[in-house]
Design a protein around this ligand. Sequence first.
Ligand code: L14
Length: 334
Amino acid sequence: MSKYVVAVVGATGVVGKELIETLEARNFPVKTLIPLASARSAGSTVSFHGADIVVAELTETSFEGVDYALFSAGGSISETFAPFAVKSGAIVIDNTSHFRMHEDVPLVVPEVNAHALKGNKGIIANPNCSTAQLVLALKPLYDSYGIERIVISTYQSVSGSGKEAIEELEAHSRASLNGRHYEPKVYQHPIAFNVIPQIDVFEDNGYTKEEMKMINETKKILEDDSLKITATTVRVPVFIGHSESVNVQLKRRPESMDEVRALLDAFPGLSVMDNPEKSEYPTPRELAGKDDTYVGRLRYDLSEETGIEMWVVADNLRKGAALNAVQIAEALIA
Ligand code: L14
C-alpha cells in the first residue's frame, strides 16, 4: 500500500487536532505527518501514533514533497498558502470557506457527491459544518422524493469558533453561576445561558454569512441551483455538536414515515434515532465524538401535504470538519 506525506495547516487548533486524531484513528496511510502552524504555535508538539512531532512554522516552502495538505487555519491563510501547496504538487483539502464557491473547486461530502472530486485542479473544499450534516440528511430524500423547498434553523455549538470560544463558554458559565460579571470577547453577546441569532457577519440582505453559506453550499453539493432554501443560524451554549430543525417540502408525499426512516437509516453516514415514546432522539451533548449524522423527530408537516419535519444532529468537529476532510482524502486515494 502506498503511504503519503500529509501536512496539517493549523495543527494546534481545535479542528487541526481533530484532523490529526482522525488520521490516526482511521489509520490513514501516512508516511510522514507535517504539522504546521503560525510562528506563535511552532515548536509545540502534537502526538501521532505514539510519537511527539514538533509543529513547524507555515511558510511558502512548507509543502515540498507533500501529497495532501489539510488546511484549517482560517480563510486568509488558505487564500495565501494553498496556491503554494498546489504549486508544490500537493492536493489541498481546505476546511475554510475561502474556496468553497469557486467554480473550479469541488465542494464535497463523499457520501453525497464523491463524483465531483474528478477533475479537481488541486484544491478541494470541505463544506461548512452545518451544511455537511444537512446535505447528508437531504440527499436520500432528494433522490427518492425530490425537494421543493427547505427551511432550516440551526443550534450551533461554540467549538466551531475555536479554543477561545470553548474557553469563553466555560469561563462565562462559571462567572454567571458565581454572580460575577464576564465581558464577552469572542461573541457579540453573552453565550452562557443564552442563545445568539448571529453566526459570522451580516450581509446586506439581512442574512448572516453563515446562513448564506448554508444556502449556497447546499445548492452546490446537491447540484441544484433551483432549490429553495432559507436558514436562520443560531449559536447555543453547547460545547460540541450542531443541531438543526429542518422542514423539507418534498415533491411527492412519502407513503409513511417508517418508509422515510428506513430510507435515511440505510444511507451511509446517517443513523436514525427516533423513538418518541421513549424520548429517544439525537442531542448534541450525547452524540459528541460520534462519526455519524443522526436524524430524529421525523414526522409529517401537518401544514403541508408533501412536507416533513426532522431534527438533525452531528459532531461539528467530526462530520462537520475533520472526518469529512479525511474521508475526502480517502476517496482520492481509493
Ligand atoms: O464556514 O462555528 O467553516 O463559528 C467556521 C466557523 C462555520 C462556522 C465555516 C463557527 C465556519 C464556524
